[in-house]
Design a protein around this ligand. Structure first.
Ligand code: NAG
Ligand code: NAG
Ligand code: NAG
Ligand code: NAG
Ligand code: NAG
Ligand code: NAG
Ligand code: NAG
Ligand code: NAG
Length: 872
């Protein structure tokens, strides 16, 4: 049994592993969205990343370090003094001492389309400061490569950086090849490969070979075209020679041609490439997210079958490898989208991981194989155990079978076998129908869909939601300038609710709005719990809130984004760490998800745009949504377990802006916010089918089947004994039988309905001993049977109430009225009966409940008597 349990546990454990899902919400809400950054590996566990493009800035200059620590990553922005101008599509290395980060090339605002020497800046990790290379401005220098983008700069981890290809813009594409001595900071021009190329990768193998893969090259007619994967360029740094190396493919197909992809060299000199695009113009460009692996020992391409959740398709990703098993691809761009995710690929399992924890388990197919083996073994063991039990308890099982047969095979006397057989066949068929129905009903309850019911109760007062106002594009001038953004709140009764409005600290978190109109500043309206909207007039705070926006009236393109949150579901409280007198019940995960969505500007519900110079109205309903919890009890359908989620529903209307608004108004715009109706709303989720409902169906069908059975095969009286009595064993059974025996004290020969009244009625050929009994003995035997019959009927079959009533009625009638009856009383009282029978021995005691228990001597006497009559 223990073994079985262990096997099942192993199976379950394996099954949960296959669906593991890595999840880095705290990164998703803090990593910047960027692509085309310059990056370099530092030490064995970090990548340093500089610049790149994001949605709003094509040339950023942030410097970050991503470090693998144990099973996870840490992300940190490095402090920079004197940072260089932002740039994109540059290259970088970290010196083998780990102390310097050298940034090379790339485009920046000031160098685009400029024929300048390669722009270089170095960052010192100790002093946290940047320095520019002296030659950056020396346009007259010779032997120095021109500044470029989408080139490669590959470090040999000693003193040399190999710089190949790249482009300045679409019309200036380079084919030159240089070595930079990082000690002297001098360039040496090396023999080139005779090919102008950009968007390729160049990877340094452990034997000093530089492998150039993919990208776009100019053909003989100077037309740019994707480089086929059937050939890679190899530069041997020891002999300073180029070779065109043909490749094979292990599966018959080569990886897609691509440009701007990423490449990582593993410790066994395999090159893993990921992503890239087709290099066409933006309208026709297509992106890849496939992995391909080039084994440089055999020059064979392998396109692995990949498990896990593949990353989004992209180019210009950051890549690196921190150990023998994993390679990382992060960030990157696809058209106007930049990514801020980390994707780890496990080489051994050929699987995209989302957590390092699963990396040590065996391969993906092995897991399900193990599961199958485990289940098979468990099944075999179970079968053996069942067979053993069958063998061990075979006598008991035989007895059981006999009992069951005895219980169901009950032909009525005189009924032919076919009648009983068809009755049993029909019963089994109906039982089968019933079981099918039962299974159907239970399945229905288990797979039941949920429906939501809305319950509306009128209420005099309703709560108000939290409202966030984000001014987008309205600058802040400071020093209480009247043009600073601001919100004023008042209710229709004139009560000022401006005290509940507070500015949000944009340095903590700034929501992004893709239209990017300019500065963003937000305010939150969050009232205390006592502030309510009231439907009636009187001493209250009114029935609607009127918000007036102030800001620079000259910014006619700006917008105010208005969002509504139920008080308990306001993520701003958690993000900005506001005073939460009404506790916010959102989980940290939900808050992070919300932040990620805010950064992607994905909100659509309960968020509205207010134009300057306009009038707007917004109505809301606060709803208590009771979601069913995923617990087993909820299948029962009685007193379900739910959790309450406050929600808000809103409707918005904006009027067109009035161009002459500023002539008559000092403010920007106006919005009225009010409850749609004065009612408490509850959305209650319920299961459509529950086991409780099913019970009704089951009862109905059961009754129907029983009725059909009775109609077809007649009624059979049901036994006064139930399953408990019938199937009890051992002492229980004995005590039941003993009870019967002592209460009814039957003579062994004469049980009514079982033994024939007289041997001549017997169906068996019984000895005719009783034929010689005397008249008196016969009468007393018949009386005894009669009395036992009555007792049994009274105890088990009939309700004797009416008989007792009759008895009472007879007693209450004056004796004179019956005295004249020739037959005397119809039912003599028990006392009278005793007197009558006193001459027949102890029988009267025997049949009297009240006396038989107490009088043991007469019992013994009667027992003797019975024995005597038995012997006759
Ligand atoms: C782009 O980067 C700049 C810093 O260079 C930052 O201020 C801005 O918020 C970023 N935009 C996005 C959409 O991340
Ligand atoms: C580069 O060289 C340094 C020291 O010479 C060494 O510690 C480091 O492991 C090397 N890195 C690689 C990737 O070979
Ligand atoms: C590329 O740069 C060169 C050099 O500044 C310039 O002459 C040429 O017009 C540029 N081409 C494009 C397409 O911008
Ligand atoms: C480059 O050379 C020109 C003339 O050859 C000279 O006038 C100019 O000053 C030089 N520029 C620099 C930065 O040396
Ligand atoms: C590093 O370069 C120097 C000079 O260029 C050379 O003497 C040395 O052997 C190189 N070290 C390694 C590990 O290749
Ligand atoms: C409406 O809900 C509030 C709390 O949300 C409660 O205090 C009030 O009694 C409810 N009114 C009705 C009519 O149920
Ligand atoms: C009006 O709202 C305030 C909270 O802002 C509350 O303290 C006060 O009791 C309310 N007044 C009435 C009359 O309900
Ligand atoms: C705005 O003002 C101008 C001149 O003052 C007037 O001609 C025009 O009709 C006004 N427009 C509206 C919509 O009131």
């Amino acid at each position: 049994m223990k073994l079985l349990a262990t096997l099942l546990l192993v199976g379950l454990w394996a099954a949960t592993l296959t669906d593991a899902y890595f999840y880095v919400p705290n990164f998703m809400s803090s990593l910047p969205f960027q692509g085309g950054s310059a990056f370099a590996q530092r030490g064995g566990d970090s990548i340093v990343i500089f610049g790149g493009e994001n949605g709003t800035n094509p040339y950023t200059n942030g410097l970050f370090q991503l470090q693998q620590t144990g099973d996870t990553f840490t992300w940190q922005a490095l402090e920079q003094q004197n940072p260089p101008p932002g740039s994109t599509y540059g290259q970088a290395i970290v010196s083998n001492t780990g102390s310097t980060f050298l940034l090379m090339g790339g485009l920046s605002q000031s160098t685009a389309n400029q024929l300048l020497p390669l722009q270089m800046y170095s960052y010192n990790f100790d002093s946290k400061s940047w320095g520019a290379w002296g030659g950056n401005a020396n346009t007259n220098a010779t032997g120095v490569p021109l500044n470029r983008q989408r080139f490669t700069a590959t470090y040999d981890n000693n003193t040399s950086v190999y710089i190949y290809g790249g482009s300045l813009n679409n019309s200036v594409i380079f084919g030159d090849f240089y070595k930079l001595d990082t000690g002297k900071m001098q360039f040496t021009e090396l023999p080139n490969a005779g090919e102008h190329r950009y968007g390729h990768t160049a990877s340094m193998l452990s034997d000093g070979k530089l492998v150039v893969i993919g990208g776009v090259a100019l053909d003989q007619n100077n037309v740019p075209d994707l480089v086929p994967m059937q050939q890679v360029l190899v530069f041997d740094t020891k002999t300073n020679t180029w070779t065109a190396q043909n490749t094979q493919s292990s599966g018959g197909s080569y990886p897609s041609t691509r440009t701007d992809h990423s490449a990582v060299v593993t410790s066994d000199d395999k090159i893993v490439i990921f992503g890239g695009d087709s290099g066409s113009d933006m309208r026709n460009r297509q992106y890849l997210n496939a992995i391909a692996i080039l084994d440089t020992k055999t020059w064979t391409w392998e396109i692995p079958t990949v498990d896990g959740i593949p990353p989004s398709r992209r180019s210009f990703a950051v890549s690196g490898s921190f150990d023998d098993q994993h390679v990382l691809f992060a960030f990157g761009s696809a058209l106007n989208t930049q990514y801020n995710d980390l994707n780890v690929f496990n080489l051994a399992d050929s699987k995209w991981l989302q957590s390092f924890d699963e990396s040590d388990s065996d391969s993906g197919s092995g897991v399900s194989g193990g599961l199958i083996a485990g289940v098979t073994i468990a099944a075999v063991v179970l079968l053996c155990i069942i067979l053993f039990l069958l063998w061990r308890f075979q006598s008991y099982i035989r007895w059981l079978a006999l009992r069951i047969h005895h219980d169901i095979w009950k032909p009525r006397t005189g009924e032919p076998v076919w009648a009983e057989t068809s009755r049993i066949v029909c019963q089994i068929f109906m039982l089968f129908l019933f079981v099918c129905f039962l299974v159907f009903v239970i399945r229905q309850a288990i797979n039941s869909p949920n429906v939501t019911q809305r319950i509306e109760e009128a209420a005099a007062q309703v709560d108000v939601p939290d409202v966030r106002f984000c001014f987008d594009g309205f600058p802040t001038y400071g020093n209480n300038d009247p043009r600073d953004p601001g919100v004023v709140c008042q209710t229709d009764t004139g009560y000022s609710c401006s005290g509940s409005i507070q500015p949000l600290d944009m340095s903590v978190f700034t929501p992004s709005f893709a239209s990017n109109l300019g500065a963003v500043s937000c305010f939150l309206f969050r009232s205390d719990a006592d502030f309510k909207m009231t439907s009636t007039s009187g001493a209250n705070n009114g029935s609607r809130m009127l918000f007036t926006f102030f800001g620079d009236q000259s910014v006619n393109y700006g917008r105010v984004h208005v969002s509504l949150y139920p008080k308990q579901m306001d993520p701003n409280v958690k993000v900005y760490n506001l005073n939460d007198d009404i506790p916010v019940i959102m989980s940290d995960f939900d808050v992070l998800t919300w932040q990620v969505n805010e950064r992607n500007d994905l909100g659509t519900t309960n968020i509205f745009e207010v134009e300057p110079y306009s009038y707007n109205a917004l109505s809301y309903n606060l709803i208590d949504h009771r979601y069913l919890q995923p617990v087993g009890w909820n299948y029962v359908g009685f007193s379900p377990i739910t959790n309450s989620t406050p929600e808000v529903e809103s409707n918005f209307r904006a009027e067109a802006p009035n161009p002459n608004y500023t002539q008559t108004h000092a403010d920007l715009a106006f919005i009225a916010i009010y409850p749609e109706s004065f009612a408490n709303y509850t959305d209650r989720e319920v299961k459509m089918y529950t086991l409780l409902n099913a019970l009704g169906f089951v009862g109905g069908i059961f009754g129907l089947l029983v009725a059909v059975q009775t109609w077809l095969f007649g009624f059979r009286p049901s036994s006064p004994w139930g399953l408990v009595h019938r199937w009890s064993v051992g002492e229980m059974k004995r005590s039941l039988l003993r009870g019967l025996q002592t209460s009814f004290k039957p003579t062994d020969s004469s049980i009514p309905l079982v033994h024939p009244l007289h041997p001549r009625f017997s169906m068996n050929n019984m000895p005719q001993d009783l034929a010689y009994e005397s008249e008196g003995q016969r009468i007393s035997r018949v009386e005894e049977r009669m009395q036992m019959m009555e007792m049994l009927f009274k105890s088990y079959y009939v309700n004797d109430e009416i008989f007792r009533s009759l008895d009472n009625a007879t007693k209450s009638v004056p004796p004179g009225s019956t005295a004249g009856s020739p037959n005397g009383p119809l039912f003599p009282s028990e006392k009278g009966a005793d007197v009558q029978r006193s001459n027949t021995g102890g029988f009267s005691h025997m049949f009297n409940h009240r006396q038989s228990v107490a009088s043991t001597s007469s019992d013994a006497h009667s027992q003797q008597n019975l024995n005597a009559s038995g012997r006759l």
